[in-house]
Design a protein around this ligand. Structure first.
Ligand code: SAM
Length: 805
């Protein structure tokens, strides 16, 4: 600064001498304090660039360490003239310096950086050529007023002084021409020259940091507010604190307005990677107080000490005072210990969606499916069913200790426990449909647990979305509950062109038509199924549901159950494609009872085993142990069809010849099970895919019987039956009374599966009719009733068949 002042004055003026004298004094002082600062090139460079900061030191706090030094030096430099005769010129110098400061501020703007350099160059070109030599630029600021040590300054001062002198000489001509003006407008000249020096220094400083200059401006602005006396450097300070000069009024304030420091700028400042030794942390930026580390006090690995109580979520205010419990460790334990504990104790978890439901989206959905999750009584079915409603109650005798386990009487008879018939609450284990209701109400793929899939060769099917425990309820088979008459009507008119039928025998003369029904209607048949269809009485009403088999069901398995398909007519026998090792080959009738078969074969006039299914399976009988079942030949669809046709012909012949054989039951049993009419029709099928001769027969039987019967209410007499009868399948066995449940229904644990009626509805009607006609007789001669019913059926069926033949 002194040097700048000297340039304003003509060489040899007293002021100049005094200034140099003052500078010498200062330099002496400075050399004591910081002799090592200029030993490195960096330090030297910092001194060089620091001179550029001189202009802005009066109202701008030091932004960098070297700047801080300059500030002190400059302040001393400004202070020193107070004791010198230059006091007179101080105002002029300070004014110009303030102007330079303001100008420097404006130059610092990010967008105006280059512009300011250009302006600087242009301004310099007016006076003297801008030194292009870098060393010259650097040496220029090394004015004697810089606070350099004596050792370094001694070598430089002379050169610098010569250089300055040369420059002054070079420009003396210009200045001489402008001398009168310059003398008059001293401050302006001073301003311009000071400006040049300042900008040169600043330019070198900024060019050095060109890559990171963006964003620095904001930091500089904030650093400005740092008090000058504040030092970040640890370098010992042995200079007395300098009195801070008061900011001078700036008469020509053309400095652009300070840009407001936005939050983004503050963030930038925070993110700037500046080493603390170079850039002291700007005190003006309020640093957020570091938050205290929050440790998890609940969660996966917390609270690992053995404790029965779950970790507390919240703590009351006084819990610390009152609780004498051992405090849980607050830090996470080693994972190995946590893992061991998890293995030992286990914990609940939820499977990720793509694990429990790995089926890719976009599965084709059946268009024609009209869904209902409730049984809907249609037509006369509701009225007929109400008549029997009260009979379906059973009281559970289990106690709380055992709960409703396998020995529960209700369970044994396929009666669901509820609050009406069981005194137990949640500990009751016989509330499958209740559990299913909760699950379906909760919703979601996992709770519902099943979804429709498209199989390769069996149309649609159903797949599990999750695992099911053995005997766990999976899905209810629901649909419209219709009477036999309604079923016939639909078969003749509505479904006459259908290939698929979703009809299942339900109870007595009731049928579930799941054409409009639940997803369970899509469950396919398998000869080695993983599920079973069971009929339960729930709150007095029968309900069908699919249950997991004894092995349980794993996620992704296709659900299947054994249809025990009764094709109702051999023409409807279909090839089975379940792929099981023990596949029977067809969906048609299986040998129901080997004893029956033995009898049938014995009474058969041809004495040949009846191949009613058309397969090439060799029948074995229970009585002929020597006859080993040969491995069934795998049949092509063609051979299956041929076999079916052949078998159908033989069955018809056999029926006409041997009307009393049990085999006729197969043919005369109406198809109430879920069946598919003619997906794989036999060769030369009839014009109608599905013919229901026996249904016609049944209707005729029914009509014939009804002509002679009493109202249906009398069936209750039969249904009351003995306790032993009730222990059998309670619904199916009632009309037949004792001894009539010969097949599956005799075993209450294996009731009629969905596709296998406990007995023919036609027979049911007939028996009902018989019972209505003579209830007393039914009660006393239940066995006789069955025989009578059979005779009636045969009598009625035979003419029908004969007519057809
Ligand atoms: C109640 S439906 C089952 C759903 C049927 N797959 C669908 O697409 O709507 C019964 C019909 O499915 C077919 N089906 C079921 N299981 C089968 C199997 N194991 N082999 C061949 N066809 C089968 C038969 O056509 C049968 O009549």
């Amino acid at each position: 600064m002194t040097r700048r002042t000297s340039r304003l004055l003509a060489p040899g003026t007293p002021g100049l001498v005094d200034v140099y004298a003052a500078q010498d004094t200062i330099d002496d002082n400075m050399s004591l304090g910081v002799p090592e600062q200029l030993l490195t090139p960096d330090a030297s460079r910092s001194e060089t660039s620091s001179s550029s900061e001189v202009a802005s030191t009066e109202d701008q706090p030091a932004t960098r360490r070297r700047s801080t030094r300059v500030v002190r030096a400059s302040m001393r430099a400004t202070e020193a003239p107070e004791n010198t005769p230059l006091k007179k010129d101080q105002t002029t110098t300070s004014t110009s310096q303030a102007y330079v400061d303001n100008l420097a501020k404006s130059k610092r703007s990010r967008s105006g950086l280059r512009h300011s350099i250009a302006a600087m160059e242009s301004s310099l070109s007016d006076e003297s050529p801008l030194p292009t030599n870098g060393t010259e630029i650097e040496t220029q600021p090394m004015a004697p007023d810089t606070p350099t040590s004596k050792s370094s300054q001694d070598a430089q001062v002379d050169d610098t002084h010569d250089s300055v002198q040369n420059r002054l000489d070079k420009t003396s001509a210009k200045e001489d021409t402008l001398a009168p003006t310059a003398l008059q407008t001293g401050p302006r000249q001073s301003l311009r020259r000071s400006n040049r020096v300042s900008i040169l220094g600043k330019a070198s400083y900024l060019l050095d940091r060109a890559s990171s200059v963006l964003g620095k401006r904001t930091r500089d602005m904030s650093v400005k507010e740092e008090p000058v006396s504040r030092r970040a450097s640890l370098r010992p300070r042995n200079i007395a604190p300098v009195k801070e000069p008061e900011p001078l009024p700036n008469p020509t304030k053309t400095v652009p307005e300070k840009r407001r420091v936005s939050e983004s700028d503050l963030l930038k400042l925070k993110s700037e990677d500046v080493s603390p030794s170079e850039e002291p942390a700007p005190p003006s930026i309020p640093r957020p107080r570091p938050k205290p580390k929050m440790w998890l006090n609940h969660g996966l690995y917390s609270g690992q000490e053995a404790s029965d109580s779950p970790p507390k979520q919240r703590k009351s205010k006084n819990s610390g005072k009152t609780s004498s419990d051992v405090r849980h460790r607050r830090h996470l334990p080693m994972p190995i210990f946590a893992g061991a504990r998890l293995i030992k104790n286990g914990r609940d978890y939820v499977l990720p969606f793509d694990i429990f439901s790995p089926l890719p989206p976009g599965q084709p959905k059946p268009d024609e499916w009209r869904k209902t999750n409730k049984n809907v009584f249609v037509g006369d079915a509701a009225g007929e069913w109400k008549a029997n409603k009260k009979l379906e109650l059973s009281t559970c005798m289990c106690d709380e200790e055992t709960g409703c386990d396998e020995n529960c009487q209700n369970r044994y008879m396929f009666y669901e426990c509820d609050s009406g018939n069981c005194s137990l609450g949640p500990e009751c284990g016989n509330r499958n449909f209740g559990e299913l209701k909760v699950r379906t109400k909760a919703g979601g793929k996992y709770n519902i647990g099943v979804e429709v899939i498209k199989t390769v060769d069996r149309g649609y099917g159903v797949r599990s979305n999750r695992s099911f425990e053995p005997n766990q309820i999976i899905v209810e088979y629901t649909g419209e509950i219709i009477t036999q008459f309604e079923c016939e009507r639909r078969m003749r008119s509505v479904y006459k062109n259908n290939e698929c039928y979703y009809l299942m025998y339900f109870d007595q003369n009731m049928i579930i038509d799941a054409t409009r029904g639940s997803i369970a209607r899509f469950v396919n048949h398998s000869c080695q199924p993983n599920c079973r269809m069971e009929k339960w009485t729930v709150a007095g009403k029968p309900r069908m549901a699919l249950f997991a088999g004894d092995r349980g069901v794993m996620t992704g398995e296709e659900l299947s159950y054994d249809y025990n398909f009764d094709p109702y007519s051999n023409k409807n026998v279909q090839e089975c494609r379940c792929g099981a090792a023990n596949c029977r080959g067809i969906l048609g009738p299986r040998p129901k009872d080997r004893d029956q078969r033995v009898k049938a074969e014995a009474t058969d006039s041809t004495k040949k085993p009846l191949k009613s299914t058309g397969t090439k399976r060799k029948r074995t009988t229970a009585g002929t142990a020597s006859v080993q079942a040969k491995k069934r030949k795998l049949l092509t669809p063609k051979s299956v069809k041929a076999g079916i046709k052949k078998a159908a012909t033989k069955v018809s012949i056999a029926r006409s010849k041997t009307p009393n054989t049990k085999k006729t039951n197969t043919a005369t049993t109406p198809t109430i099970n879920s069946q598919r009419g003619a997906k794989n029709p036999p060769k030369n099928p009839p014009k109608k895919n599905v013919k229901l001769p026996t249904v016609k027969a049944a209707s005729r039987v029914k009509a014939a019987v009804q002509r002679k019967t009493v109202p249906a209410k009398t069936t209750s007499n039969v249904a009351k039956g003995s306790r032993s009868t009730k222990k059998e399948n309670p619904l199916a066995a009632k009309p037949n009374a004792k001894g009539k449940s010969k097949n599956k229904e005799a075993d209450p644990r294996k009731p009629s599966t969905g596709s296998r009626p406990s007995k023919s509805p036609a027979k049911a009607n007939i028996s009902a009719g018989k019972a209505k006609r003579s209830p007393a007789k039914t009660n006393t001669k239940a066995q006789g009733l069955g025989n009578t019913v059979k005779k009636v059926v045969r009598r009625v069926v035979r003419p029908v068949k004969a007519t057809k033949k």
